[in-house]
Design a protein around this ligand. Sequence first.
Ligand SMILES: *Cc1c(COP(=O)(O)O)cnc(C)c1O
Length: 232
Amino acid sequence: MRMSMDPSHLSANLADIRRRIAQACREAGRDPAEVALLPVSKTFGPEAIRAAVALGLHRFGENRVQEIRDKAGPLADCGIAWVVIGHLQTNKAKDVARLASEVQSLDRPELAEALQHRLEIEGRELDVLVQVKTSPEESKHGLPPAALEGFLERLRDFPRLRVRGLMTMAVQSDDPAAVRACFRRLRELRDAMRARGHALPRLSMGMSGDFPLAIAEGATEVRIGTALFGRR
Ligand SMILES: *Cc1c(COP(=O)(O)O)cnc(C)c1O
């Protein structure tokens, strides 16, 4: 893990990201208050995260549960809300139920079932976003779009999972039109599900390299790692 991080860089990076979010909102005719920033702290250590907390950030995205386990102790005094954004194995449900405030990578019924079970034991609830595969790349995780409606119906059986919206990762491509098409797909799916009675107010989409396109397509939350903390 990266142990140190120059706080002045962090502060300048944060200001720059906020400026770019505001600009993308302006261009899309949206209110910047509609778009949240989720800082992604994966591979960065407690010291860097503490510096970010000092700048007013308090939710952090991590893609490995083991990293949340390692960091939650040393940062216990910071009141951090840990957000799981990476592919989640069912056998990690116990740690997630204990430590996380939210999972954005819910993508299959077995995982929902395991989380529900562990949340009952912990006496907790969890906000969840359903991760949808909007890109043809084999490497990307997520539920196939055609399975989304059935999955949302299944989730009614798991009341400790508070379904808040959808998440996706766009195709990795130099072609902005191809990237944007992934984000548009997620928004259109959200609209289709809403018409069928599933309120999904949140759309988590966009990372350091593509977040203005995601905002143009309706992102309510962008997940930013590199542009904030630096290269991993
Ligand atoms: C790492 C990661 C991000 C952040 O990526 P950057 O390009 O560093 O901003 C966002 N979402 C997910 C799911 C990630 O794993």
